[in-house]
Write a protein that binds this ligand. Structure first.
Ligand SMILES: [Zn+2]
Ligand SMILES: [Zn+2]
Length: 346
C-alpha cells in the first residue's frame, strides 16, 4: 500500500509498504479521507513525545472496513466508520470514572499507532474493545465524518466549559475549530456568540458559516472594552481561546465575567508556554480557568450525531483536497493560513 511515512522531523516520504497484517482481534480499514490537524503540522516540524519514528501520522480519518479478523464480532466488511483516535485503556482510575480522555495509559492513532495518511490502516484491538469505532450515518460523506474528530474535541471543551442556555460566549480565533466552536455554542443554547479574530478574511469566512453575532478585530478595536460593551459591563460568561497565542490567553482573562469560565483550548508552543497575568483578576473575579485538548470515544459518537442531524456544518470547512502523494504540500498548505481544512485522499 501507499503510505506517507514520517522518518524524522521534516523527513516525510511517500512509499510503498506492505499492507498491515492483522492479529486475531483487529480490523483493517481502507482510509477514504484523513484531514490535516494543527498537531500533524507540529509533529511534522517538531516531532511529538508520543511519536517514535518512523510513523504514519494522521488521526482525523474515516474509511471503510475491508477486513475483519476472526475473533472480532460486531463489525462487518463494507461498513463505513470513523475511528476515535485517542484510545483509552478502559481500566485506569480515569477510565473507570468516565474520563477516558484523561486515561493514564492513553494511546493515540497517528502517534503510538500508525494513522490515516495511508491507503489502509490497522485498527488495534484496544481501540475496538474501548468503543473507538463509530459507524458513519448514511447521510454523511466520508469527509464530513472525518471532521467528527475536531468536533468531538470541541464538544469535550464545551462540556468542561459548561456552555449552556443563555450564555454569552467569546471565541478567540476563527480557524476551523473556532468555526466549529461557534456553531456548537449556538446548538448548546448560547444567547450571543462574539468572535475575536485578527484576519479579516478568516472573519469573513466565519461570518457566513458560523454566524457569530458580533465580530471584533483586535487590531482595530480594544477587544476587552468591546466585549464589556456587549455584555452590560460584566464580561462574557465563557471565553474559549481557540488559537495558539500567549497574548490571547492573557487577554481572555480580562474578557470573562465574574464566576465565568475561560478555556485554553489551543495549546502554546513548548518553548513559549508561559503567560503573565494579574492574579487579582482571578481572586476578585472568582472565575475558572480550564484547558481541554482531546476527546473520548463517546464525544466522537455525539459529534457524528450532531453532524448527521445537520446541526453543525463542517463540509464548507474543507477548502483543499489533495492526493496522498501530495501530503507534504498539504501540510504546508494547512500551516500557511491560506486554507481552512485540508483533506488528504489516500
Ligand atoms: Zn486533530
Ligand atoms: Zn485508562
Amino acid at each position: 500500500m501507499k503510505a506517507g511515512i514520517l522518518y524524522r522531523v521534516e523527513d516525510l516520504r511517500i512509499e510503498d509498504v506492505p499492507t498491515p497484517l492483522l492479529s486475531e482481534k483487529e480490523i483493517l480499514i481502507r482510509v477514504k479521507v484523513c484531514t490535516i490537524c494543527g498537531t500533524d503540522v507540529r509533529a511534522y516540524h517538531y516531532g511529538h513525545k508520543n511519536i517514535r519514528f518512523p510513523r504514519i501520522i494522521g488521526h482525523e480519518l474515516s474509511g471503510e472496513i475491508v477486513e475483519v479478523a476472526k475473533k472480532v464480532k460486531d463489525y462487518k466488511i463494507g461498513e463505513r466508520v470513523t475511528i476515535a483516535p485517542a484510545v483509552p485503556c478502559g481500566k485506569c482510575y480515569y477510565c473507570k470514572r468516565g474520563m477516558q480522555s484523561m486515561c493514564l495509559n492513553l494511546k493515540a492513532i497517528g502517534y503510538h499507532f500508525n494513522g490515516g495518511f495511508a491507503e489502509f490502516m490497522r485498527v488495534p484491538e484496544v481501540a475496538i474493545r474501548n468503543g473507538c469505532i463509530n459507524l458513519i450515518p448514511d447521510n454523511l460523506s466520508f469527509e464530513e465524518a472525518a471532521l467528527a474528530e475536531p468536533l468531538a474535541c470541541a464538544i469535550n471543551g464545551q462540556e468542561l466549559s459548561r456552555i449552556g442556555l443563555g450564555d454569552t460566549i467569546v471565541i478567540i480565533g476563527a480557524g476551523p475549530l473556532g468555526c466549529i466552536h461557534m456553531q456548537l455554542a449556538k446548538v448548546k443554547g448560547a444567547r450571543k456568540v462574539i468572535l475575536v479574530e485578527l484576519s479579516p478574511s478568516r472573519a469573513d469566512f466565519a461570518k457566513n458559516l458560523a454566524l457569530p453575532d458580533v465580530i471584533i478585530n483586535p487590531s482595530r478595536d480594544d477587544a476587552v472594552q468591546k466585549i464589556k460593551e456587549e455584555t452590560g459591563g460584566r464580561g462574557a460568561d465563557k471565553v474559549i481561546v481557540v488559537c495558539s497565542s500567549r497574548k490571547a490567553q492573557e487577554e481572555s482573562l480580562k474578557m470573562v465575567s465574574p464566576r465565568g469560565i475561560v478555556n485554553f483550548f489551543g495549546g502554546l508552543p513548548k518553548d513559549k508556554s508561559y503567560v503573565q497575568f494579574n492574579s487579582n483578576l482571578v481572586h476578585y473575579g472568582e472565575f475558572y480557568v480550564v484547558g481541554t485538548h482531546g476527546s473520548a470515544p463517546y464525544h466522537n459518537e455525539l459529534a457524528l450525531n450532531l453532524l448527521s442531524g445537520g446541526r453543525i456544518k463542517v463540509k464548507e470547512l474543507v477548502t483543499h483536497r489533495l492526493p496522498l502523494e501530495n501530503l507534504e504540500e498539504a501540510i504546508h498548505l494547512a500551516e500557511s493560513g491560506k486554507a481552512m481544512k485540508v483533506a488528504v485522499l489516500p
